[in-house]
Design a protein around this ligand. Structure first.
Ligand code: PHE
Length: 339
């Protein structure tokens, strides 16, 4: 009997197969339920006691040899298939890959940028860490000017000349310094103000500011440009300009868009007036043009600036500005369908 097993071991070791079916037949022959190994194991009972040990060792040896052979042949076959470029079923569906979404701030920024680029504005960018000149002084806000208090500033360490920009008007100064009119540019970007964080304001937020400078640019040009913008972005065609003050523009105005009073939400967000404030604007102060080497006798222009968070909150009915920065997926995933 043991000799018979030894013969099988030799057979197993010299066995070779090229196809899946051959390997499977081999496996069934030895390792299958009704295979040779189980037959030998059944035989075990009838073996005389003194031979039991040797017999047991022999069938275990056969079992290991058969298993190893099957594994080795299978592996070889797989390797061959890989070399031939056969990776199983090529028509099977791919693993699903989760698609991310743009952040609502980016969505709104892109929308605003596109609306203005359609009427010839380009996009300009500048540093978030600024010097006093570009953030304040060039914008008609000299040292000790009381209007500096309108924008509470983060300074870098102890150097009062270096700060985190409080608005992207600083980019407009840089743009005017480097480019000759006609100028049509919008400057989106992140800005910083030392303000208490609440549902309505944050110390870090985003702005888009616009600048248009050419010969004979008038207040009416500004009004029409802003009206075009509100029509495109909100689908609302009524705006009003309220007199306001900014050091870098004269005259200055605050722009309200007529939102309407159709729903309960309209009442709540407009405090029952139907009007919503969306941006500041004005005719660029001649001092600012002069500071940037543009002759105010020859050129005039307008500028405007708005907070992206505020616009996004209006468009998407978001109640708390802090949601933009928490990176909660349950919030962000709601913007998946938007481009
Ligand atoms: N820079 C102003 C602000 O941050 C916005 C503004 C820009 C107002 C241009 C008028 C003209 O509040």
């Amino acid at each position: 009997m043991i000799d018979k097993i030894k013969e099988h071991i030799a057979d197993v070791e010299s066995f070779n197969a090229k196809t899946k079916d051959e390997i499977e037949a081999f496996r069934i022959k030895y390792l299958g339920k009704k295979g040779l190994l189980n037959e030998f194991f059944a035989e075990f009972r009838n073996v005389p006691n003194e031979e039991k040990k040797a017999f047991g060792q022999a069938i275990n040896e056969l079992k290991t040899a058969a298993q190893e052979k099957v594994n080795a042949l299978k592996e070889e076959l797989e390797n061959n298939e890989e070399e031939k470029g056969v990776y199983g079923d090529l028509t099977r569906p791919a693993e699903p890959v989760e698609i991310g979404s743009r952040h609502p701030i980016s969505l709104v920024k892109n929308q605003i940028t596109e609306i203005f680029s359609n009427i010839g504005f380009n996009v300009s960018e500048g540093p978030e860490m600024e010097d006093d000149w570009h953030n304040f002084t060039a914008l008609n806000l000299p040292e000790y000017h009381p209007a500096r208090d309108m924008q509470d500033t983060f300074f870098i360490q102890t150097d009062p000349d270096i700060l985190l920009r409080t608005h992207t008007s600083s980019v407009q100064v840089r743009y005017m310094e480097e480019n000759k009119p006609p100028i049509r540019t919008i400057s989106p970007g992140r800005v910083f103000r030392n303000e208490a964080i609440s549902a309505r304001s944050h110390c870090i937020f985003h702005q888009v500011e616009g600048l248009y400078i050419d010969k004979n640019v008038s207040f009416a040009d500004m009004k029409q440009t802003i009206l075009y913008f509100t029509k495109q972005l909100f689908g609302k065609s009524k705006i009003r300009l309220r007199p306001s003050y900014f050091p870098f523009t004269e005259p200055s105005a605050e722009v309200d868009v007529y939102w309407g009073l159709e729903t309960e939400t309209d009442y709540r967000i407009t405090k029952g007036t139907g009007w919503l404030e969306i941006m500041g604007c004005g005719m660029v102060d001649p001092n600012v043009l002069r500071n940037c080497n543009i002759d105010p006798q020859e050129y005039s222009g307008f500028a405007f600036g708005m907070g992206i968070e505020r616009i996004a909150m209006l468009l998407y009915q978001i109640e708390d500005i802090r949601m933009f920065y928490e990176n909660d997926l349950r919030f962000l995933e709601q913007f998946k369908s938007a481009l």
